[in-house]
Design a protein around this ligand. Structure first.
Ligand SMILES: *Cc1c(COP(=O)(O)O)cnc(C)c1O
Length: 393
Protein backbone atom coordinates (compact mmCIF):
# COMPACT_ATOMS: atom_id res chain seq x y z
CA UNK A 1 0.00 0.00 0.00
CA UNK A 2 1.22 3.47 -0.76
CA UNK A 3 1.42 5.48 2.45
CA UNK A 4 3.99 7.93 1.12
CA UNK A 5 3.30 11.61 1.48
CA UNK A 6 2.93 13.42 -1.87
CA UNK A 7 4.67 16.68 -2.75
CA UNK A 8 1.78 18.76 -1.40
CA UNK A 9 1.82 16.95 1.90
CA UNK A 10 -1.15 14.64 1.31
CA UNK A 11 -1.65 11.06 2.42
CA UNK A 12 -4.55 10.06 0.16
CA UNK A 13 -7.29 12.59 0.90
CA UNK A 14 -5.71 13.95 4.08
CA UNK A 15 -2.93 16.35 5.02
CA UNK A 16 -1.83 19.51 3.23
CA UNK A 17 -1.01 22.87 4.77
CA UNK A 18 -4.03 24.98 5.69
CA UNK A 19 -2.35 27.98 7.23
CA UNK A 20 -2.88 31.71 7.56
CA UNK A 21 -0.90 33.68 5.01
CA UNK A 22 1.25 35.18 7.76
CA UNK A 23 2.62 31.72 8.55
CA UNK A 24 3.46 30.88 4.97
CA UNK A 25 7.14 31.95 5.00
CA UNK A 26 7.90 29.89 8.12
CA UNK A 27 6.27 26.74 6.76
CA UNK A 28 7.79 27.26 3.33
CA UNK A 29 11.29 27.56 4.83
CA UNK A 30 10.80 24.25 6.61
CA UNK A 31 9.26 22.50 3.62
CA UNK A 32 12.08 23.54 1.33
CA UNK A 33 14.86 22.52 3.69
CA UNK A 34 13.84 19.70 6.00
CA UNK A 35 14.58 16.74 3.72
CA UNK A 36 17.96 17.94 2.63
CA UNK A 37 18.99 18.82 6.19
CA UNK A 38 17.74 15.67 7.88
CA UNK A 39 19.04 13.28 5.21
CA UNK A 40 22.52 14.80 5.37
CA UNK A 41 25.10 12.31 6.65
CA UNK A 42 26.50 14.62 9.33
CA UNK A 43 23.00 15.36 10.63
CA UNK A 44 22.17 11.65 10.71
CA UNK A 45 25.38 10.83 12.53
CA UNK A 46 24.68 13.41 15.24
CA UNK A 47 21.01 12.35 15.51
CA UNK A 48 21.90 8.64 15.84
CA UNK A 49 24.64 9.40 18.35
CA UNK A 50 22.27 11.35 20.61
CA UNK A 51 19.60 8.68 20.29
CA UNK A 52 22.18 6.18 21.46
CA UNK A 53 24.05 8.02 24.20
CA UNK A 54 21.40 10.45 25.46
CA UNK A 55 18.06 8.75 24.85
CA UNK A 56 19.36 5.21 25.45
CA UNK A 57 18.54 3.61 22.10
CA UNK A 58 18.07 1.04 20.78
CA UNK A 59 15.28 0.36 23.25
CA UNK A 60 14.85 -3.36 23.97
CA UNK A 61 12.35 -5.57 22.16
CA UNK A 62 11.25 -7.72 25.06
CA UNK A 63 9.50 -11.10 24.75
CA UNK A 64 6.73 -10.88 27.37
CA UNK A 65 6.21 -14.55 28.23
CA UNK A 66 3.47 -14.31 30.81
CA UNK A 67 1.47 -11.88 28.70
CA UNK A 68 2.02 -14.18 25.70
CA UNK A 69 0.62 -17.15 27.65
CA UNK A 70 -2.45 -15.16 28.57
CA UNK A 71 -3.32 -14.12 24.99
CA UNK A 72 -2.08 -17.20 23.11
CA UNK A 73 0.43 -15.47 20.82
CA UNK A 74 4.11 -14.53 20.90
CA UNK A 75 4.02 -10.99 22.24
CA UNK A 76 6.96 -8.60 22.19
CA UNK A 77 7.04 -5.19 23.85
CA UNK A 78 8.93 -2.33 22.18
CA UNK A 79 10.26 -0.57 25.27
CA UNK A 80 9.89 3.14 24.45
CA UNK A 81 9.12 3.53 28.17
CA UNK A 82 12.87 3.15 28.74
CA UNK A 83 13.74 6.26 26.71
CA UNK A 84 15.18 9.21 28.64
CA UNK A 85 12.22 11.29 29.94
CA UNK A 86 10.03 8.18 29.93
CA UNK A 87 8.41 8.07 26.49
CA UNK A 88 8.97 8.15 22.74
CA UNK A 89 8.41 11.92 22.44
CA UNK A 90 12.09 12.73 22.90
CA UNK A 91 13.02 10.97 19.60
CA UNK A 92 11.22 13.78 17.79
CA UNK A 93 12.39 16.69 19.94
CA UNK A 94 16.03 15.61 19.47
CA UNK A 95 15.51 15.56 15.70
CA UNK A 96 13.82 18.95 15.66
CA UNK A 97 16.34 20.72 17.88
CA UNK A 98 19.12 19.58 15.52
CA UNK A 99 17.06 20.81 12.58
CA UNK A 100 16.48 24.17 14.30
CA UNK A 101 20.24 24.58 14.76
CA UNK A 102 20.84 23.89 11.06
CA UNK A 103 18.20 26.50 10.19
CA UNK A 104 20.01 29.02 12.39
CA UNK A 105 17.11 29.38 14.85
CA UNK A 106 18.10 30.65 18.28
CA UNK A 107 14.81 30.15 20.11
CA UNK A 108 12.32 27.32 20.48
CA UNK A 109 8.61 27.45 21.11
CA UNK A 110 6.23 24.57 21.72
CA UNK A 111 2.70 23.96 22.89
CA UNK A 112 1.74 21.28 25.34
CA UNK A 113 -1.46 19.80 26.73
CA UNK A 114 -0.57 17.40 29.50
CA UNK A 115 2.99 18.67 29.59
CA UNK A 116 4.78 15.60 28.22
CA UNK A 117 5.79 17.23 24.94
CA UNK A 118 6.68 20.40 26.85
CA UNK A 119 9.04 18.42 29.07
CA UNK A 120 10.60 16.62 26.07
CA UNK A 121 11.14 20.02 24.40
CA UNK A 122 12.51 21.71 27.54
CA UNK A 123 14.89 18.76 27.91
CA UNK A 124 16.50 19.11 24.48
CA UNK A 125 16.65 22.91 24.84
CA UNK A 126 18.59 22.47 28.07
CA UNK A 127 20.82 19.95 26.29
CA UNK A 128 21.63 22.47 23.56
CA UNK A 129 21.56 25.63 25.70
CA UNK A 130 18.70 27.17 23.72
CA UNK A 131 15.95 29.47 24.99
CA UNK A 132 12.62 27.67 25.32
CA UNK A 133 9.08 28.98 25.69
CA UNK A 134 6.24 26.49 26.18
CA UNK A 135 2.62 27.60 25.81
CA UNK A 136 0.17 25.74 27.99
CA UNK A 137 -3.51 26.32 28.76
CA UNK A 138 -4.06 27.89 32.15
CA UNK A 139 -6.37 25.05 33.16
CA UNK A 140 -3.85 22.43 32.02
CA UNK A 141 -1.13 24.19 34.05
CA UNK A 142 -3.22 23.74 37.18
CA UNK A 143 -4.04 20.10 36.33
CA UNK A 144 -0.45 19.15 35.44
CA UNK A 145 1.56 20.98 38.08
CA UNK A 146 4.48 18.49 38.28
CA UNK A 147 5.17 18.81 34.54
CA UNK A 148 5.03 22.62 34.76
CA UNK A 149 7.68 22.48 37.48
CA UNK A 150 9.76 19.95 35.50
CA UNK A 151 9.85 22.37 32.57
CA UNK A 152 10.84 25.24 34.90
CA UNK A 153 13.61 23.20 36.52
CA UNK A 154 14.92 22.50 33.02
CA UNK A 155 15.03 26.26 32.43
CA UNK A 156 12.00 26.70 30.15
CA UNK A 157 9.50 29.51 30.47
CA UNK A 158 5.93 28.25 30.67
CA UNK A 159 3.45 30.80 29.34
CA UNK A 160 -0.21 30.39 30.25
CA UNK A 161 -2.80 30.52 27.44
CA UNK A 162 -5.69 32.39 28.99
CA UNK A 163 -8.17 32.53 26.10
CA UNK A 164 -11.01 30.19 25.13
CA UNK A 165 -11.21 26.92 27.05
CA UNK A 166 -7.66 27.56 28.38
CA UNK A 167 -6.48 24.14 27.16
CA UNK A 168 -4.38 22.64 24.34
CA UNK A 169 -6.06 24.29 21.35
CA UNK A 170 -5.66 27.73 22.93
CA UNK A 171 -2.01 27.00 23.70
CA UNK A 172 -1.57 26.01 20.04
CA UNK A 173 -3.14 29.29 18.90
CA UNK A 174 -0.79 31.28 21.13
CA UNK A 175 2.24 29.37 19.87
CA UNK A 176 1.19 30.01 16.24
CA UNK A 177 0.76 33.72 17.02
CA UNK A 178 4.22 33.85 18.62
CA UNK A 179 5.74 32.17 15.58
CA UNK A 180 4.08 34.56 13.13
CA UNK A 181 5.58 37.46 15.08
CA UNK A 182 9.07 35.92 15.36
CA UNK A 183 9.63 34.00 12.14
CA UNK A 184 13.33 34.56 11.62
CA UNK A 185 14.84 33.50 14.95
CA UNK A 186 12.33 30.92 16.23
CA UNK A 187 11.54 27.27 15.47
CA UNK A 188 8.23 25.76 16.52
CA UNK A 189 8.57 22.14 17.72
CA UNK A 190 5.28 20.29 17.17
CA UNK A 191 4.95 17.14 19.25
CA UNK A 192 3.02 14.67 17.10
CA UNK A 193 2.30 13.77 13.46
CA UNK A 194 -0.10 16.70 13.22
CA UNK A 195 0.02 20.27 11.95
CA UNK A 196 0.63 21.62 8.44
CA UNK A 197 2.91 19.81 5.98
CA UNK A 198 5.83 19.08 6.44
CA UNK A 199 5.38 18.49 10.18
CA UNK A 200 3.45 15.18 10.04
CA UNK A 201 6.00 13.53 7.74
CA UNK A 202 8.99 15.09 9.48
CA UNK A 203 7.87 13.89 12.92
CA UNK A 204 7.03 10.42 11.53
CA UNK A 205 10.53 10.13 10.08
CA UNK A 206 12.16 11.04 13.39
CA UNK A 207 9.97 8.45 15.13
CA UNK A 208 10.51 5.81 12.43
CA UNK A 209 13.61 4.70 14.34
CA UNK A 210 11.12 2.63 16.38
CA UNK A 211 10.12 0.37 13.48
CA UNK A 212 13.63 0.34 12.03
CA UNK A 213 14.81 -1.17 15.32
CA UNK A 214 11.86 -3.58 15.53
CA UNK A 215 12.80 -5.06 12.13
CA UNK A 216 16.43 -5.58 13.15
CA UNK A 217 15.55 -6.98 16.55
CA UNK A 218 12.91 -9.37 15.17
CA UNK A 219 15.37 -10.68 12.60
CA UNK A 220 17.69 -11.56 15.46
CA UNK A 221 15.01 -13.13 17.63
CA UNK A 222 12.61 -14.68 15.11
CA UNK A 223 14.64 -15.01 11.92
CA UNK A 224 12.26 -12.65 10.10
CA UNK A 225 11.93 -8.88 10.11
CA UNK A 226 8.15 -9.02 9.85
CA UNK A 227 5.73 -9.48 12.74
CA UNK A 228 2.09 -10.48 12.16
CA UNK A 229 0.79 -7.51 14.14
CA UNK A 230 2.04 -4.13 15.33
CA UNK A 231 -0.22 -2.49 17.92
CA UNK A 232 0.07 1.12 19.12
CA UNK A 233 -2.11 3.74 20.78
CA UNK A 234 -3.03 6.90 18.86
CA UNK A 235 -3.41 10.37 20.33
CA UNK A 236 -2.05 12.54 17.51
CA UNK A 237 -0.38 9.38 16.30
CA UNK A 238 3.41 9.82 16.53
CA UNK A 239 4.32 6.66 18.42
CA UNK A 240 2.02 4.65 16.14
CA UNK A 241 3.43 6.28 12.99
CA UNK A 242 6.95 5.49 14.23
CA UNK A 243 6.06 1.86 14.99
CA UNK A 244 4.26 1.41 11.61
CA UNK A 245 6.53 3.44 9.33
CA UNK A 246 8.86 0.73 8.08
CA UNK A 247 6.00 -1.77 7.64
CA UNK A 248 3.61 0.25 5.46
CA UNK A 249 4.56 -1.67 2.33
CA UNK A 250 4.61 -5.09 3.99
CA UNK A 251 0.96 -5.92 3.54
CA UNK A 252 1.19 -9.12 5.61
CA UNK A 253 1.97 -7.02 8.68
CA UNK A 254 -1.33 -6.07 10.31
CA UNK A 255 -1.19 -2.52 11.69
CA UNK A 256 -3.47 -1.94 14.66
CA UNK A 257 -4.19 1.57 15.97
CA UNK A 258 -5.94 2.02 19.30
CA UNK A 259 -7.90 5.14 20.20
CA UNK A 260 -9.33 6.27 23.52
CA UNK A 261 -13.08 5.76 23.94
CA UNK A 262 -13.20 7.53 27.31
CA UNK A 263 -16.47 6.69 29.06
CA UNK A 264 -17.74 5.00 25.86
CA UNK A 265 -18.28 6.13 22.28
CA UNK A 266 -21.99 6.83 22.90
CA UNK A 267 -21.40 8.72 26.13
CA UNK A 268 -20.42 12.12 24.72
CA UNK A 269 -17.12 11.66 26.60
CA UNK A 270 -14.73 10.05 24.13
CA UNK A 271 -11.66 10.80 22.03
CA UNK A 272 -12.12 8.06 19.39
CA UNK A 273 -11.73 10.18 16.27
CA UNK A 274 -12.20 7.44 13.65
CA UNK A 275 -15.51 6.47 15.28
CA UNK A 276 -16.85 9.98 15.90
CA UNK A 277 -14.95 12.23 13.50
CA UNK A 278 -15.64 13.62 10.04
CA UNK A 279 -13.26 15.24 7.55
CA UNK A 280 -12.30 18.76 8.55
CA UNK A 281 -9.31 21.02 9.08
CA UNK A 282 -7.51 21.04 12.40
CA UNK A 283 -4.18 22.68 13.27
CA UNK A 284 -3.27 23.25 9.65
CA UNK A 285 -4.11 19.92 8.06
CA UNK A 286 -7.12 18.17 6.60
CA UNK A 287 -7.92 15.14 8.69
CA UNK A 288 -10.65 13.38 10.62
CA UNK A 289 -11.91 15.58 13.38
CA UNK A 290 -14.55 15.43 16.11
CA UNK A 291 -16.88 18.32 15.31
CA UNK A 292 -20.45 19.52 15.55
CA UNK A 293 -22.81 19.78 12.54
CA UNK A 294 -21.58 23.33 11.91
CA UNK A 295 -17.92 22.42 12.22
CA UNK A 296 -17.13 23.49 15.80
CA UNK A 297 -14.47 21.28 17.37
CA UNK A 298 -15.96 18.98 20.02
CA UNK A 299 -14.01 18.78 23.30
CA UNK A 300 -12.63 15.25 23.53
CA UNK A 301 -12.34 13.25 26.72
CA UNK A 302 -10.02 10.46 27.86
CA UNK A 303 -8.62 9.49 31.27
CA UNK A 304 -5.28 9.66 29.51
CA UNK A 305 -4.08 13.20 28.83
CA UNK A 306 -1.91 12.13 25.90
CA UNK A 307 -4.86 10.67 23.97
CA UNK A 308 -7.24 13.51 24.73
CA UNK A 309 -7.13 15.10 21.24
CA UNK A 310 -10.08 15.82 18.91
CA UNK A 311 -8.25 14.78 15.71
CA UNK A 312 -5.62 12.35 14.46
CA UNK A 313 -2.63 12.91 12.23
CA UNK A 314 -3.50 12.87 8.51
CA UNK A 315 -1.54 9.67 7.91
CA UNK A 316 -3.84 7.86 10.35
CA UNK A 317 -6.95 9.25 8.68
CA UNK A 318 -5.55 7.74 5.47
CA UNK A 319 -4.65 4.42 7.11
CA UNK A 320 -8.21 4.27 8.41
CA UNK A 321 -9.94 5.26 5.17
CA UNK A 322 -7.83 2.94 3.03
CA UNK A 323 -8.18 0.03 5.47
CA UNK A 324 -4.37 -0.43 5.72
CA UNK A 325 -4.66 -0.24 9.51
CA UNK A 326 -7.45 -1.56 11.70
CA UNK A 327 -8.68 0.73 14.43
CA UNK A 328 -9.97 -0.21 17.87
CA UNK A 329 -11.20 2.00 20.64
CA UNK A 330 -10.77 1.28 24.31
CA UNK A 331 -12.57 2.80 27.30
CA UNK A 332 -10.90 4.33 30.37
CA UNK A 333 -11.91 1.28 32.40
CA UNK A 334 -10.54 -1.24 29.87
CA UNK A 335 -7.26 0.67 29.67
CA UNK A 336 -6.83 0.85 33.45
CA UNK A 337 -7.51 -2.89 33.80
CA UNK A 338 -4.94 -3.60 31.05
CA UNK A 339 -2.40 -1.31 32.76
CA UNK A 340 -2.70 -3.22 36.02
CA UNK A 341 -2.62 -6.54 34.16
CA UNK A 342 0.71 -5.63 32.50
CA UNK A 343 2.04 -4.54 35.90
CA UNK A 344 1.10 -7.88 37.48
CA UNK A 345 2.17 -10.14 34.60
CA UNK A 346 5.39 -8.44 33.58
CA UNK A 347 6.43 -6.04 36.35
CA UNK A 348 6.00 -3.04 34.05
CA UNK A 349 3.63 -0.19 34.96
CA UNK A 350 2.74 1.43 31.62
CA UNK A 351 1.68 4.99 30.86
CA UNK A 352 -2.11 5.03 30.63
CA UNK A 353 -1.80 5.98 26.94
CA UNK A 354 0.18 2.80 26.33
CA UNK A 355 -2.26 0.77 28.45
CA UNK A 356 -4.86 1.46 25.73
CA UNK A 357 -2.72 -0.47 23.23
CA UNK A 358 -2.56 -3.44 25.61
CA UNK A 359 -6.34 -3.39 26.15
CA UNK A 360 -6.78 -4.10 22.43
CA UNK A 361 -5.25 -7.59 22.95
CA UNK A 362 -8.51 -8.56 24.63
CA UNK A 363 -10.47 -7.61 21.49
CA UNK A 364 -8.31 -9.54 19.03
CA UNK A 365 -7.97 -13.22 18.08
CA UNK A 366 -4.53 -14.75 17.63
CA UNK A 367 -3.00 -18.00 16.42
CA UNK A 368 -0.31 -19.41 18.73
CA UNK A 369 2.33 -18.81 16.05
CA UNK A 370 1.44 -15.11 15.64
CA UNK A 371 4.22 -12.64 16.42
CA UNK A 372 2.73 -9.51 17.96
CA UNK A 373 4.63 -6.30 18.76
CA UNK A 374 2.99 -3.86 21.16
CA UNK A 375 4.56 -0.41 21.24
CA UNK A 376 4.95 0.46 24.93
CA UNK A 377 5.07 4.21 24.32
CA UNK A 378 5.78 5.36 27.88
CA UNK A 379 6.11 4.52 31.54
CA UNK A 380 3.47 4.95 34.20
CA UNK A 381 5.34 7.07 36.76
CA UNK A 382 3.62 10.24 35.54
CA UNK A 383 0.22 8.54 35.93
CA UNK A 384 0.56 7.29 39.46
CA UNK A 385 -2.05 9.71 40.76
CA UNK A 386 -4.56 8.53 38.13
CA UNK A 387 -3.94 4.89 39.05
CA UNK A 388 -4.43 5.76 42.74
CA UNK A 389 -7.63 7.70 42.08
CA UNK A 390 -9.02 4.80 40.01
CA UNK A 391 -8.02 2.54 42.86
CA UNK A 392 -9.09 -0.92 41.64
CA UNK A 393 -5.85 -2.86 42.06
C1 LIG B 1 1.98 11.87 24.24
C2 LIG B 1 1.91 10.40 24.41
C3 LIG B 1 1.14 9.57 23.57
C4 LIG B 1 0.26 10.12 22.49
O1 LIG B 1 0.92 10.80 21.47
P1 LIG B 1 1.14 10.15 20.02
O2 LIG B 1 1.61 11.29 19.21
O3 LIG B 1 -0.18 9.61 19.58
O4 LIG B 1 2.14 9.08 20.18
C5 LIG B 1 1.17 8.20 23.77
N1 LIG B 1 1.89 7.65 24.77
C6 LIG B 1 2.64 8.40 25.61
C7 LIG B 1 3.40 7.74 26.69
C8 LIG B 1 2.66 9.80 25.47
O5 LIG B 1 3.41 10.54 26.32
Amino acid sequence: MNVKVDKNGYYGNFGGAYIPEMLYPNIEELRENYEQITEDAVFQKQFQQLLKDYVGRPTPLYHAERLSDKYGAKIYLKREDLCHTGAHKVNNTIGQILLAQRLGKKKIIAETGAGQHGVATATVCALMGVECIVYMGEIDMARQKPNVERMRILGAEVRPAKSGSKTLKDATNEAMRHWINNPSDTHYIIGSVVGPHPYPEMVARFQSVISAEIRKQLLEKEGTELPDYVIACVGGGSNAAGAFYNFYEDNDVNLVAVEAAGLGNDSGESAATTVLGKPGVLHGSKTLLMQTEDGQVVEPYSISAGLDYPGIGPVHAHLFESGRAQFHSVTDEEAMVAGVELSRLEGIIPAIESAHAFAALEKMEFKPSDVVVVNLSGRGDKDLETYIKWGKY
